[in-house]
Design a protein. Structure first.
Length: 466
C-alpha cells in the first residue's frame, strides 16, 4: 500500500517508457518455476528491479497513447478488496452482494445511455468481449434464434465504418458472419460513416440474396472520437429488420461530461451498446460493459442451465444468475472498482476529468491549426487528436518514416508517449489524453517537442537529397 502510494505521487519523475530491447526482458525473466520459497520483501525487491523500470507508466501526465487511462486511486483500492473476496459472479450463490452491486452498476450505465427498466447487460473484460456479445445477440435476434442452434445457414452481412475497432472484425469471425461479410463503409470529411454508401452497399447485397444481420454505429472512433449519425443508422436498422449495435467503448465517457451534452445523440436507440469503464471512466483494467435495451435477449441467447448449476433454493426466481444471462461462467468482480469510484468521486468530478481531457485535445488541435507546417485531421469531438506534419518535399513513404522516427525518438526520452495511425492515406501522430494527471502545460510542451523534432528530421531528409 505504501509503495503504491509513493509510486502514484512520484511517477511523474520516472521515465514514462524505457526503450529496452525485448530480448533483454526475456533474458531477465528467464527462470524455472521456483522450488524454494522467498519472503514477500525479497519478491518486492525483484519487482522493483525487474518490473517497475520497464513498465509503461500510464499514470505519468505525459501518457497520451492508446486508450488505457490513468486508473483512479479509489478504483485501485477496490481491486485489492475484490481480489481478497474472490467472488465468482457467474452464480449468485458464490457472490450474493457482489452480484447485487454488479446489477446496480449495470443499471447506472443503462441510465446514462437512456435505457428504461427493461434493459440489462454484463460487465466484461473489455470492448473485445462486449462487441463479440453484441454481434452474437445481433446474429441470434436477426435469425429468429435459428443461428444459435443450426449455425449460419444463409448469407448474412453486417455493416460498419472503415474507422471501426478491430474487435468488430474478430467478433464477425467468431459469431460466424465472417470477416469478408463485415462491410466496411468509407467515411466523410468528419470521419463519420457515409450514409449514402451504406445504403448502396445494403441494396447491392440484397440483390445478391444477402440479408443484413447488424448495423454497427461508432460512438467515438478509436482514432478521432468521431460519432456516426446514430439516429439515421437506427432508422435503417429498423427498416431492414436487423439489430443495431453501437460501439461506444471509448466514447461512452462522454456520458459523464458536464460541458458537452448530446455528443452521443441517438445512443439510446441502439439495441446494444459497448462501453468500457476502464477507458474514459478511469477504472483500472479490466472493466468493459455490454448494455442491452431488452434484457430478455441475454437470456434467450445465453440461457443454458446445466444440472450441476441448477439453483435448488426456494429463492431461485429472485437469485440473478449471470451465467444464464451472459457468456462468462467464471466471472470476476469487475464492477466493484466502478461502484467505489462513483461513490468516492461522484459523477460530476469524473465528468470534470473527461472535460479536462477534451480541453487538452481542443487546445492541441488549435496549436496545430495555428502552425502552417501541421494539419489536424478534424476538430476534436472528444479527447483524441490526429496531427500530420506536412512535408511536400518528401514522398509519402519518407513522410511516413519521419512520423515514425519522431514518435520513436520522443518515446525513448521518456517524457511523452503517444501512437501513430494511418487515415485516408496519410500518417498521423495519434494523441489521446485520457489521463487525470495531464495538465495544459504538458500539452504545450508536447507540441513544442513535436515542432522541434519534426523540423530536425525534415532538415536531415532535405540535406541528404541536396
Amino acid at each position: 500500500m505504501d509503495y503504491i502510494s509513493d509510486y502514484l505521487q512520484n511517477v511523474s519523475n520516472k521515465p514514462l517508457f524505457n526503450p529496452v530491447e525485448p530480448s533483454f526482458l526475456y533474458d531477465l525473466f528467464d527462470e524455472k518455476i521456483p522450488d524454494s520459497p522467498q519472503s514477500l520483501a525479497e519478491i518486492q525487491k525483484h519487482l522493483e528491479e525487474k518490473l517497475i523500470p520497464y513498465s509503461t507508466h500510464v499514470n505519468h501526465p505525459g501518457y497520451m497513447g492508446l486508450i488505457t487511462p490513468s486508473p483512479n486511486p479509489a478504483g485501485i483500492l477496490a481491486e485489492f478488496l475484490a481480489s481478497a473476496l474472490n467472488q465468482n459472479l457467474g452464480a449468485y450463490s458464490i457472490g450474493p452482494s457482489a452480484t447485487t452491486i454488479e446489477l446496480r452498476v449495470i443499471r447506472w450505465l443503462n441510465d446514462l445511455i437512456g435505457y428504461d427498466e427493461k434493459a440489462g447487460g454484463n460487465i466484461t473484460s473489455g470492448g473485445m468481449t462486449s462487441n463479440f456479445i453484441g454481434l452474437k445477440l445481433a446474429r441470434d435476434s436477426s435469425s429468429d434464434d435459428s443461428a444459435q442452434h443450426d449455425g449460419m445457414t444463409q448469407g448474412w452481412v453486417a455493416y460498419v465504418s472503415e474507422e471501426r475497432h478491430v474487435s468488430l472484425d474478430k467478433a464477425a469471425d467468431a459469431v460466424g458472419v465472417g470477416r469478408k461479410n463485415l462491410r466496411t463503409i468509407p467515411t466523410n470529411e468528419k470521419f463519420q460513416v457515409r450514409i449514402d454508401l451504406l445504403e448502396e452497399a445494403i441494396e447491392k447485397d440484397k440483390e445478391r440474396g444477402l440479408r443484413p444481420i447488424c448495423i454497427i454505429g461508432l460512438a467515438g472512433t478509436t482514432n478521432l472520437g468521431a460519432v456516426d449519425d446514430l439516429e439515421t443508422l437506427s432508422k435503417i436498422a429498423r427498416r431492414e429488420n436487423c439489430w443495431f449495435h453501437a460501439d461506444a467503448a471509448y466514447g461512452g465517457g462522454m456520458l459523464l461530461s458536464n460541458k458537452h451534452p448530446g455528443v452521443l445523440k441517438g445512443l439510446h436507440l441502439a439495441d446494444s451498446v459497448t462501453i468500457d469503464p476502464h477507458k474514459w471512466f478511469y477504472a483500472p483494467l479490466d472493466a468493459g460493459a455490454i448494455l442491452v435495451k431488452d434484457h430478455k435477449r441475454l437470456n434467450i441467447s445465453f440461457g443454458l442451465q446445466p444440472s450441476y448449476l441448477t439453483d435448488q433454493s426456494q429463492q431461485k426466481n429472485e437469485r440473478y444468475q449471470f451465467y444464464v444471462n451472459g457468456f462468462e461462467q467464471s466471472k470476476r468482480f469487475r464492477s466493484l472498482k466502478i461502484w467505489v469510484s462513483f461513490h468516492h468521486y461522484g459523477k460530476p468530478k469524473m465528468g470534470e476529468w473527461v472535460d479536462n481531457n477534451i480541453s487538452h485535445a481542443k487546445h492541441l488541435h488549435q496549436l496545430a491549426v495555428d502552425d502552417a507546417q501541421f494539419e489536424s485531421a478534424t476538430e476534436p469531438v472528444m479527447s483524441a487528436v490526429c496531427l500530420h506534419y506536412k512535408t511536400p518535399q518528401l514522398s509519402n513513404e519518407e513522410n511516413r518514416r519521419l512520423h515514425f522516427t519522431v514518435t520513436e525518438k520522443i518515446e525513448s526520452e521518456g517524457k511523452f508517449w503517444f501512437a501513430t495511425t494511418i487515415m485516408k492515406g496519410k500518417t498521423w501522430f495519434r494523441i489521446n489524453p485520457v489521463n487525470i494527471y495531464t495538465r495544459m502545460e504538458h500539452i504545450n510542451e508536447l507540441f513544442k517537442t513535436l515542432q522541434s523534432y519534426c523540423n530536425v528530421e525534415l532538415d536531415k531528409y532535405i540535406s541528404v537529397k541536396s
